[in-house]
Write a protein that binds this ligand. Structure first.
Ligand SMILES: NC(=O)c1ccc[n+]([C@@H]2O[C@H](COP(=O)([O-])OP(=O)(O)OC[C@H]3O[C@@H](n4cnc5c(N)ncnc54)[C@H](OP(=O)(O)O)[C@@H]3O)[C@@H](O)[C@H]2O)c1
Length: 251
């Protein structure tokens, strides 16, 4: 082997098990401010062959520890950004457990993160249970100038832009909704745009020990990026045979 070729480093030995809440706290999201906009962390899960859904949803890919990690990320976030097709496919409801709401209240934060979604056509899946949950703030971003839809129960606000860009969305979440940390839960189309527009800071990518094939989208879906985004490995966690990678955008 040539002397200048680096060797391979085994990961481990395995450390002690840590609660999802402690893993999220150790990310230090709130301490790592980004100038001019909130810090953005994305969370995704994919099969070994890169599929993000089985039969149209991500649930079959999951692990209880990974689902808990997502809920703790929501607890830590001021806003959750999610695409309209994901809201519909995943039937969003009950984002937090009671103890997570209590934790936020104890920290003098709003009981629920702002649920933010983007739809240029203002085409919202209003039959999704989340839209009927009283007290949940939902912030919709659109280019459409029609009347906002009547809310079935949630506290719905609509912000219109002549041209909807994700930097503008993030700027609004920071300045108008007070968000310091935004969690993006995809889907793959929205995440591709977020990466393309320089809006991703951290990625928690869970690799599920499954081979799925099919035509479900990959972690990023859409046109090839001008240049692949380079991320740096910041941490690796394991839950059974699921592996959670924490990566940071290198700038
Ligand atoms: N495994 C995972 O971690 C994971 C996570 C999330 C979702 N998923 C899966 O992914 C699938 C849904 O994802 P998806 O990629 O089809 O849709 P998506 O990203 O959830 O939503 C796409 C929608 O967002 C709106 N949008 C607004 N601005 C956009 C922009 N700049 N770029 C792209 N979209 C924009 C579009 O509506 P307008 O045309 O009205 O603008 C578009 O229809 C589901 O099967 C879901 O189960 C998996």
């Amino acid at each position: 082997m040539a002397d200048d070729v680096p060797g391979l480093v085994p990961l481990g030995p395995a450390g002690p098990e840590r609660a999802a809440r402690d893993v999220v706290a150790a990310l230090g999201l709130r301490e790592r401010a980004v100038p001019g906009r909130p810090r953005v962390v994305a969370a995704m899960i994919a099969s070994l062959d890169g599929r993000t859904a089985v039969e149209g949803r991500s649930v079959a890919l999951g692990h209880p520890a990974d689902r808990q990690l997502l809920r703790e990320l929501r607890t830590a976030a001021d806003a959750v950004l999610v695409g309209t097709r994901t809201l519909a496919a995943e039937r969003y409801a009950n984002l937090l457990d009671e103890d997570q709401v209590a934790l936020r209240r104890a920290a003098r934060r709003a009981p629920h993160p702002v649920m933010a979604t983007v739809s240029r056509a203002l085409d919202l899946p209003l039959d999704v249970p989340l839209f009927a949950e009283a007290g949940v703030p939902i912030q919709v971003y659109t280019e459409h100038d029609g009347a906002p839809p009547p809310s079935p129960g949630a506290d719905l606000a609509v912000e219109r832009f002549d041209e909807l860009t994700l930097p503008a969305v993030l700027e609004h979440l920071g300045s108008a909704r007070g968000a310091q940390v935004v969690l993006c839960e995809g889907g793959p189309s929205l995440l591709r745009e977020l990466v393309a527009q320089g809006g991703l800071d951290d990625l928690l990518l869970t690799v599920a020990p499954l081979l799925a094939a099919g035509d479900a989208p990959s972690v990023l879906e859409g046109a090839e990026l001008d240049a692949p985004a380079r991320l740096a490995l910041a941490g690796v966690h394991r839950a059974g045979d699921h592996v959670v990678l924490h990566l940071r955008a290198s700038r």
